[in-house]
Design a protein around this ligand. Sequence first.
Ligand SMILES: *[C@@H]1O[C@H](CO)[C@@H](O)[C@H](O)[C@H]1NC(C)=O
Ligand SMILES: *[C@@H]1O[C@H](CO)[C@@H](O)[C@H](O)[C@H]1NC(C)=O
Ligand SMILES: *[C@@H]1O[C@H](CO)[C@@H](O)[C@H](O)[C@H]1NC(C)=O
Length: 544
Amino acid sequence: MSTTSVLCFLLCFISQQCMFTSAAGGSWALLQENVGIAAMHMQLLNNDRVIMFDRTDFGPSNLSLPNGNCRNDPNDRTLKVDCTAHSIEYDVLSNTFRALTVQTDVWCSSGAVMANGSLIQTGGFNDGEKRIRIFTPCNNKCDWVEVPNGLAAARWYASDQILPDGRMIIVGGRRQFNYEFYPKNTAPGLFSLPFLLETNDRGVENNLYPFVHLNVDGNLFIFANNRAILLDYVKNVVVKTYPTIPGAEARSYPSSGSLVLLPLKNIQAPNVQAEVLICGGGANGSYTQSLRKKFLPALDTCARIIITDSNPEWVIETMPLRRVMGDMILLPDGSVLIINGAASGSAGWEQGRNPVLSPVIYRPNNPIGSRFEVQNPTTIPRMYHSTAGLVRDGRVLVAGSNPHVYYKFTGVLFPTELRLEAFSPDYLNAQFDNIRPTIVAPVNQVILYYSQNQNVRFSCTGAVIQNQVEVVLVAPPFVTHSFSQNQRLLVLGNNKMTVLSNNLYNVEATMPPSRILAPSGFYLMYVIHQGIPSQGIWINLKQR
Ligand SMILES: *[C@@H]1O[C@H](CO)[C@@H](O)[C@H](O)[C@H]1NC(C)=O
Ligand SMILES: *[C@@H]1O[C@H](CO)[C@@H](O)[C@H](O)[C@H]1NC(C)=O
Ligand SMILES: *[C@@H]1O[C@H](CO)[C@@H](O)[C@H](O)[C@H]1NC(C)=O
């Protein structure tokens, strides 16, 4: 142990400020006591601001609209005149927020950030079900712009994915067994998807917010209920049907498990492998049982499958904690954070019990049996309608939770939650500062092109181990209802490293070779050294 670390050790003893558990298990910070709304949906934009919103028919929120503005909505089922906000813009860098205005109901909707950096939000409920809403990042002046009839069909509980050609696809939603595109096609606007009818458990559904990811072959991986397909969305043909998950329990809403596309590696190779991991969910029957006040223990299993295999099989692993309504977040170091949710019951109003306060980190490259690490707990339950998302500095914002039809602060087990927290994974501990890289060049907001060899210059106070340096790209997702739409992490190839001078290094990173592997747009780029990430910078990945 070096003299300084001995000193730190002693100092923290004396000041009693050290959490010994934080050496393994991350730490929590309360960022805001009250952001005014319950963040049901969350998206990070390339100006380090996070757009959050809930629903317009929640009744009054805790945040007034600016300048005495009110929303007059004769169609709203709860408040025809509402002078409170249901959306905010949170600025990560200054830890401040401001109210935004949505005009129609955004409840249980979906979204994606287009290549130009604007957030396109799709659908919702009631008067919002066919709306498109556009939010273009700016410095404090912008607000939502609504497009009536922007969608061909009503979309409530749909999932979106950005496509290689720059459009986005909107898949499913309640009683919608089809998909469509934005910008909207001229006829036919809708493409039927019988898989969504086949996976619809009557009465319970269990196939809402389908888990959709763009596969490395250009097809769309779609998981709903307890099984998945690979869809050629251009020809509208199912090209592969995956086996049913062993145990056959439903994993999508309201039996909400969560799913990630694991980090894509060796992306310059001819046959890139893609794998998905799905964790937790409601036990069979939990939705119906919880309506009768019987809260079944949630699932404690994860299922992992190589979706590019010719004969793919699910591999089951057991989590240290049961979880339904969890969120799964890809961290820059390639691990998966499993956070939020409950240990029993189901998604739905008042239908969850036993909050799971401890996140779990899953390390996909560890040998099976040593992949899960339980993290330090928060004190705030994050039940139905909670969210979490990575920000540029490597922390994870955690917000929301409102399992009630309206805002309810008293007389309930899980009051409407307006507090905003951040979870800092271990890699942010000061004890790793001497091996932490700091990106020196290029600068934030650089434009980079497909297949380009980019020099990434970084500093590091301690010695750098040559073969322990990686550069990764992370696409910030649209987060809602336990699914991070468009979440994608790519480990860039090459990694040729040179020492420039004392503490200054250069690593060459080759950008993704195609828009199929990485659709154009804004990504966070991190340098990772010995598993410790730098702060990210925004890059704008473009076609030459
Ligand atoms: C704001 O929230 C608190 C609970 O945190 C509640 O008691 C209060 O009535 C709310 N105030 C307004 C103006 O909505
Ligand atoms: C991005 O494109 C959309 C149209 O799809 C447009 O409304 C928006 O203003 C554009 N954003 C920027 C930043 O140019
Ligand atoms: C779920 O429960 C239903 C009714 O109790 C039963 O018919 C079905 O087989 C069960 N499914 C699984 C996967 O256990």
